[in-house]
Design a protein around this ligand. Structure first.
Ligand code: COA
Length: 335
C-alpha cells in the first residue's frame, strides 16, 4: 500500500468583490447583521461571460500543477467537485480535462456540496493507496452567485455564499506515516431537503414545466435552507467526525497543528475551536473574505494556508466539512 501526499495547492477567486454594504443596497440587510451572525465581510462573485465553474477550477489547477512541479502529462486522473456545474451534463470534470489539454485520463465528478472537497480527497486517496494512480488532480469550484435570490426574499441565503475555486495535486509516496492518514465520510439523506435547490429536476418539476407555469411565486429554483436546523446539525457532526478522525489515528486534539474547517459560518468554526480548545493560530478561517464557497472552501483555505506558511513539514492538519445532503467528513493529514 502507498500513501498520498498533497504535492501542490492552488486557488482562484473572481475579481469582482461584493461587500456587505453592496448587498444592503439591493436587499434589506446590513453589514452589522451579516458580520454578527456569520463573520462574513465580503465575497467574490463571478462575472458573466468571464468566470465559469470550469475555468476558475482550471486556473486553480494550473497553480497547483506549477507548485507540485509536475508536468500535465504526469496527471493520471482528475476529480472535480461542485454543486454549480456549467452544464446540467456532462460534468465539469471533462470540461476541465479539455481546457487543461490533458489526454484521455478519467474524469470523475463529485456532487457532495460543502463536503465535496473532503469526499474528493478521500476518493483520490483510495486510488493512490491501491497503486492504481500516481498523481491525481482534485479540483473544487463553485459559481453560486447566479443561483441566489438577491432580493430581501432570499436574504438568509444570499448573504452567505461566494464564488471561487481551489485545487490540489495528490501524489503517491512510499514514506510511511506521511500524507493522508485517514478520511471519514458520512451522510444523512433524511435531511436532503433542509438545504437544497429542488428544481429544475426530474423529481419535482422539470425546467419546461417551470417555464410553462411561469409562476413568480414559485421560488423552488432558488436555494432553500432551514438555517437554525443546519447550524445545530453542523456543530454536532463537525465534532463527531473530528473525534472519529483523531481516535482512528490514536491522536488527541492537542496534537492538531492546523484545523481547516469548511467555511460555512465563522460562528460554527469558533464553536468547534472552543470545544476542542484550539488556539487562534491553530484554526484557519478566511470566510471573512470569501463567504461560503461550498466545495471550494477548504481547497481555497488549504492553498492560502500553504501560501501563508501556516503549515510546516510533519504538521498534523485536520480538514472537516458539513453541508447539504446532509453530508459530512474529515481528513487527517501528516504534512
Ligand atoms: N439580513 C438581515 N436580516 C435577516 C437576514 C439578512 N441577511 N436573513 C435573515 N434575516 C432575519 C430573519 O428574517 C429573521 O427575522 P425575524 O426575526 O423578524 O423573523 C431574523 O433575521 C433571524 O433569522 P434567522 O434565520 O432565525 O437567523 P439565525 O440566527 O438562524 O441566523 C444564519 C441565520 C443563516 C446565519 C444561521 O442560521 C446559520 O448560519 N445557519 C447555518 C448556515 C450554514 O452553515 N449553511 C451552510 C452549511 S454548509
Amino acid at each position: 500500500m502507498y500513501n498520498s501526499i498533497i504535492k501542490g495547492t492552488g486557488y482562484y477567486v473572481p475579481e469582482n468583490i461584493v461587500t456587505n454594504d453592496d448587498l444592503s443596497k439591493i436587499m434589506d440587510t446590513s453589514d452589522e447583521w451579516i458580520q454578527e451572525r456569520t463573520g462574513i465581510q465580503q465575497r467574490h462573485f463571478a462575472t458573466k461571460g468571464k468566470d465559469t465553474t470550469t475555468n476558475m477550477g482550471v486556473r486553480a489547477a494550473e497553480m497547483a500543477i506549477a507548485k507540485a512541479n509536475i508536468n500535465k502529462e504526469d496527471i493520471d486522473f482528475l476529480i472535480f467537485a461542485t454543486l454549480s456545474p456549467d452544464y446540467y451534463f456532462p460534468g465539469c470534470g471533462v470540461l476541465a480535462q479539455k481546457e487543461l489539454g490533458l489526454n484521455t485520463i478519467g474524469a470523475l465528478d463529485i456532487r457532495n456540496q460543502c463536503s465535496g472537497f473532503v469526499y474528493a480527497l478521500s476518493v483520490a486517496d483510495q486510488f493512490i493507496k491501491t497503486g492504481m494512480y500516481k498523481n491525481i488532480l482534485v479540483i473544487a469550484s463553485e459559481t453560486q452567485s447566479p443561483a441566489l435570490d438577491l432580493t430581501t426574499r432570499g436574504r438568509n441565503m444570499a448573504v452567505l455564499f461566494g464564488d471561487g475555486a481551489g485545487a490540489v495535486i495528490l501524489s503517491r509516496t512510499e514514506e510511511v506515516g506521511k500524507g493522508i492518514l485517514s478520511s471519514h465520510l458520512h451522510s444523512e439523506g433524511a435531511y436532503a431537503e433542509e438545504l437544497a435547490i429542488i428544481t429544475p429536476g426530474v423529481g419535482k418539476k422539470w425546467v419546461t414545466e417551470l417555464i410553462k407555469e411561469n409562476n413568480p411565486e414559485d421560488i423552488s429554483y432558488f436555494p432553500h435552507m432551514n438555517g437554525q436546523f443546519v447550524f445545530k446539525n453542523a456543530v454536532v457532526r463537525f465534532s463527531e467526525v473530528i473525534v472519529e478522525g483523531l481516535k482512528h489515528n490514536n491522536l488527541t486534539e492537542k496534537e492538531i497543528d492546523l484545523f481547516i474547517p469548511h467555511q460555512a459560518n465563522l460562528r460554527i468554526s469558533q464553536f468547534i475551536q472552543q470545544k476542542f480548545k484550539l488556539s487562534d493560530e491553530k484554526v484557519f478561517n478566511n470566510i471573512q473574505k470569501y463567504g461560503n464557497t461550498t466545495a471550494a472552501s477548504i481547497a481555497i483555505a488549504l492553498a492560502e494556508a500553504v501560501e501563508q506558511k501556516r503549515i510546516k513539514e510533519n504538521d498534523l492538519v485536520l480538514l472537516a466539512a458539513f453541508g447539504s445532503g446532509f453530508t459530512w467528513g474529515s481528513v487527517v493529514i501528516r504534512w
